[in-house]
Design a protein around this ligand. Structure first.
Ligand code: NAP
Length: 335
C-alpha cells in the first residue's frame, strides 16, 4: 500500500504558526480493521480555530491537539477501502480527518457529501461548517430585521462574506469591515454590501459614524480587539452583538484584549452572545438547503481560496492571520 504523509504537532506555537511547530512525517498505511474506513484526503479546511487547538489550555470547547498527534482539521475525502457498513469505496465524505494524505475513521462524525451536487471545496465553506456558522450565528443569534443595519468584521473571509450576503437577502443594510482596498471593493461591487470599511487604512470609528448613522443593530464579530471596541461605541438601542470569533487575539491567548467599551451594552440595552457552530449540527440540513437554494438562485456568491500541496500547510495556514486569503481557505491534498 501507499505511504501516508502527516503533519504532527511538534510543539505549542508561540505567536504565528511556524513550520518548525510541526513534524512532517511519512507513515506506512495498513488495511482498515473491521468497523473502519480508509479515506484518501482530498481537501483540508484551514480554519482559525485550529490555532486555538494548538494551545495547551483545557478550558475550551475541544481538547487541545496533543504533542505528537496529527493536526486536527475538517476535510473531505474519498473512501478507498471500507470495512464499515454504510460506507463504500468511492463514497465522498467529510469529517475531522486531519492534516494528512489518508485518514482512518470509525464513522463517528463522518458524513457523506455529493460531488455531483457541488464542488468538494464548497462542502468546507458555504455548505459546511463556515456556512452553518454564518447562517445560524446571524439568523438565530443576531436576528436582523428588515431595514436594520448589520455590521460584520472579517467580512471578506469564509464566514463574514456569507454573513453579509445573508443579511442583505433578509433585507438589512450591510457594512463590512475588512483589510485592504481590494477586499472592500469586492464586498461592495461583487457581493452587494452597502458599504465597506478598510480597517487597515481607515479610522474605523469615524467610518462607522458615516456608514451607520442610526447606529449598529447587529454586529457579527469575527475579530475582537480594537474593532469590537469601535463598534460597541456605535450600537443602536437594543443591539445584538454576536461573538463568533476574535482572530486578532488568537496568536496570544495568554493576554486577550477584552472589550473596554462593554458598558455600552448597558447604555443601549444591548446583548452580546457567543455562537458555537457545533450546537447547530442537528439543524445542519436547514442551513444547507437554504444556502444551496440561494447559491442556485444566484443570490449568494461563494469564494474558495484553494492552495495546492499538503506540504505547504504551515505557510498556507499563516494566510488566515496575515489576511492573504480571499474567501474560504482550503488546502488541496489530491484532486
Ligand atoms: P477567514 O475570515 O476566512 O480568515 C481570517 C481573516 O481574518 C483573514 O483573512 C483576515 O482578513 C482577518 N484577520 C486576521 N487577523 C486579523 C486581525 N488582527 N484583525 C482583524 N482581522 C484579522 O476565517 P473564517 O474561517 O471565516 O473565520 C472567521 C472567524 O469566525 C474566526 O474568528 C473564527 O474563529 C470564527 N469562527 C467561529 C465559529 C464558531 O462556531 N463560533 C465557527 C467558524 C469560525 P482581513 O484581510 O480582512 O484582515
Amino acid at each position: 500500500m501507499t505511504t501516508n504523509r502527516q503533519f504532527r504537532l511538534a510543539r505549542r506555537p508561540q505567536g504565528i504558526v511556524q513550520r518548525s511547530d510541526f513534524d512532517y512525517v511519512a507513515e506506512p498505511l495498513r488495511d482498515p480493521v473491521e468497523g473502519e474506513v480508509l479515506i484518501q484526503v482530498l481537501y483540508v479546511s484551514l480554519d482559525p480555530a485550529m490555532r486555538g487547538w494548538m494551545n495547551a489550555s483545557t478550558d475550551s470547547y475541544m481538547p487541545p491537539v496533543a504533542i505528537g498527534e496529527v493536526m486536527r482539521a475538517i476535510a473531505v475525502g474519498r473512501v478507498v477501502a471500507s470495512r464499515l457498513a454504510g460506507f463504500a469505496v468511492g463514497d465522498h465524505v467529510s469529517g475531522l480527518l486531519g492534516v494528512q494524505a489518508y485518514a482512518y475513521s470509525d464513522g463517528q462524525r463522518l458524513s457523506k457529501v455529493n460531488p455531483a451536487l457541488a464542488p468538494l471545496p464548497l462542502y468546507l465553506g458555504a455548505l459546511g461548517m463556515p456556512g452553518l456558522t454564518a447562517y445560524f450565528g446571524l439568523l438565530d443569534v443576531g436576528q436582523p430585521k428588515e431595514g436594520e443595519t448589520v455590521v460584520v468584521s472579517g467580512a471578506a473571509g469564509a464566514v463574514g462574506m456569507l454573513v453579509g450576503q445573508i443579511a442583505r437577502i433578509k433585507g438589512a443594510r450591510v457594512v463590512g469591515i475588512a483589510g485592504g482596498a481590494d477586499k472592500c471593493r469586492y464586498l461592495v461591487e461583487e457581493l452587494g454590501f452597502d458599504a465597506a470599511i478598510d480597517y487597515k487604512h481607515e479610522d474605523v470609528a469615524a467610518a462607522l459614524k458615516r456608514h451607520a448613522p442610526q447606529g449598529v443593530d447587529v454586529y457579527f464579530d469575527n475579530v475582537g480587539g480594537d474593532i469590537l471596541d469601535a463598534v460597541l461605541l456605535r450600537l443602536a438601542h437594543g443591539a445584538r452583538v454576536v461573538i463568533c470569533g476574535a482572530i486578532s487575539q488568537y496568536n496570544n491567548m495568554s493576554a486577550v484584549q477584552g472589550p473596554a467599551n462593554y458598558l455600552q451594552l448597558l447604555v443601549k440595552r444591548a446583548t452580546m452572545k457567543g455562537v458555537m457552530v457545533a450546537d447547530y449540527y442537528p439543524r445542519a440540513l436547514e442551513a444547507v438547503m437554504a444556502m444551496g437554494g440561494w447559491i442556485r438562485a444566484g443570490q449568494l456568491k461563494t469564494r474558495e481560496d484553494v492552495v495546492a500541496g499538503l506540504d505547504t500547510f504551515p505557510e498556507t495556514f499563516q494566510k488566515l492571520f496575515t489576511g492573504a486569503n480571499n474567501g474560504k481557505l482550503v488546502l488541496q491534498v489530491a484532486g
